[in-house]
Each structure stands twice: as structure tokens, then as C-alpha cells.
Design a protein around this ligand. Sequence first.
Ligand SMILES: *Cc1c(COP(=O)(O)O)cnc(C)c1O
Length: 351
Amino acid sequence: MSYQFKITKTQHSSLSNVDFNNIPFGKVFSDHMFVADFINGEWTNLEIVPVGKISVHPGNMAWHYGQAIFEGMKASRDAAGNALLFRPELHAKRLNASARRMCMPELPEDLFLQAIHTLVDMEKAWIPPAVGSALYIRPFMIAMDETIGVKASETYKFIIFVMPVGPYYSQPVNLLAQDTYVRAVVGGVGEAKTAGNYAASLLPATMARKEGYDQVMWLDGVHKKYIQEVGTMNIFFVVGDEVITPNLDGAILDGITRKCIIELLKDKGYKVVKRPITIDEIMKADTAGTLKEIFGSGTAAVIAPVGKLKYKDKVITLHPENYEVSSFAKNTINGIRNRTIEDKYGWIVPA
Ligand SMILES: *Cc1c(COP(=O)(O)O)cnc(C)c1O
């Protein structure tokens, strides 16, 4: 099905103010955004308009009761300048999985995809040309009812805006395993990309930074011994000749980068195992000399190699400069994204 979008173009593009060689992360917005309203049980008012403020009532239910979900994806360019999307259909599906958990309406996948394609095509001049740069795409949905009282809202807004982002120079990250606070529990909302999960992570993240660590390694909410994720990334370990990553247990976010890494590494002949992993097991593997790599995965960094891990009083130091498995995965994903490596998986979609 094809949807009709009302398009209003800006009279004042801010593109010429942007220095693509020096883009402050998360602060530069393109000219246009896609907006839709959920009213009377259907998505309506499908529009692309200049990026601007939206007027929200103080009784807005998203602010009080937290019905807010989002996605994060990227558009890149190939050498010929064509705009490319990366597995956009998986983001459409995951947004709807988050919506179901948060009692929010689903968005038809074809509407999500048409909105992304139309907006990215309109904003393609905003995709920075440098290798590793990208157009970050942020689709999100919020409750819009103006009602005090805990219940599901009946009206919603769905918005997509896009932002140019520079290459993500991934310095190795240092992790602090958190054994007091938890990110999520099985049965909770850890699997949903919902705003409150990130609010809950701020205090432990601040504490980690005070100790000189970049991000938190999250342990499970019941035993505080099974490793779940790091910061806002999934996590992988190379131990001996196995690549291991926590299995999705209902509290872990089902990362699209994680899925790609598993597929690529299996295809390359690595043994990839998804299973519960304890922090003790990882500390012991380090003592035994079998722990070779730890890395995080997510759309923003693709792969973030880990340089140090602290758990209780013990700190282990790794050697990211020698990481082979994660370098291979990172180079392959980046190469597929800018079409310098053949996309035999069909992950790339012209925008
Ligand atoms: C978004 C996110 C990830 C990574 O998912 P990708 O689809 O790979 O970007 C991992 N963990 C959390 C908590 C996230 O919010």
C-alpha cells in the first residue's frame, strides 16, 4: 500500500551552516521531519514538515507515565553518492515489539518504511560524505492524551527526525560491572526500546564515570551474576576459539547489530554460542589466559572494543589493539554499509 504524505518544505534550509568535518554529536538536526498522529484508532495527518517545536499540554501522558518508545538507525552513502539504508524492516518490527509491550499502537510496517524512505530521500544532502559518517535516524512514538490517571493513552504522535553524525572514533571503552543497580529484569521492559530504561541507567552510569569508567556492564536483576549488556549496547566475548554472547532472555534488548555480527561470524566459520554467561566465568577466563576479546555492539558505534573491566575489587585489562574477531566484524559491517564490501546478505536497501 502507498500512503499520501502532505509535504511542506522549509524556506530556510540550515544545511549551509553545517561543517561536515566537525559535527557535534546529537546536536545537528536536518531541515525536515515526518509526523503522524494516532487518533480514533488510526494513523492520520501523515506529513513532512520543517523541523520545529511541537506544542504539548502539561497533562501529556508520556511525561507522567512514560509511554515513549524509539528506534535508532543509520543511512549511509556509497562511493557514487547513493543513499542506503541498513535493514530498515528490522527496525520497523522492533518498534512494533516495543509498542506492544508499552500498550501503544503499532505502526504498519509499510508506513514506517515509506516514511523513512521519503524523509531520507528528501534529506539526502544531509548524509555526510566521509567514510564512517552517517545520517542517524530517530523514529519515536509518544502518548498524547491530556489526562491524569494511569492508563494507556488513546492518542499518540509518531515522529522521525534525522541528524548527520561524524565517524565514531571508537576508543576502547572501560566497563564497570554494576552489582547494586540493575537495568532490567525478566518480565520487565528491558526488551523494549522505551525511554524509562535510559532514565534508570543514568545514576549507575554517573557513578561509573566518577570512578573513571565509560560505561556500565549490566548484570541480571535476580542473581546479579549473569552478564546482560553494556551501556546501550549488546555484548560479546571471545574465549578460546568461541565467540559467546548472552542469549536473549526477555530482559536484553534484541540488537540488530548483534544479529548481524552473529550471522557474519558464523558465516566466516567462527563458533558462535548464545547462552547465559556469568561475570565470574569471564574473570576466570582472564586469569586462565583464554579471554581474548570483549566488545559491545550497537548502531551508533557498530562495535566498541573493551579495554578494561572492573568487577568488585578486580580489574582486568584487555588488548583491543590485537582484537581480530571484532575488527573483522566491524570492517565487514562498515564495508557493507558503504558498499566497498559485497552485500551478500541483502542488508542494504537503496533509500
Ligand atoms: C538500541 C540498543 C542496543 C543496540 O541495538 P542495535 O539495534 O544494534 O542498535 C542494545 N542495547 C540497548 C539497551 C539498546 O537500547
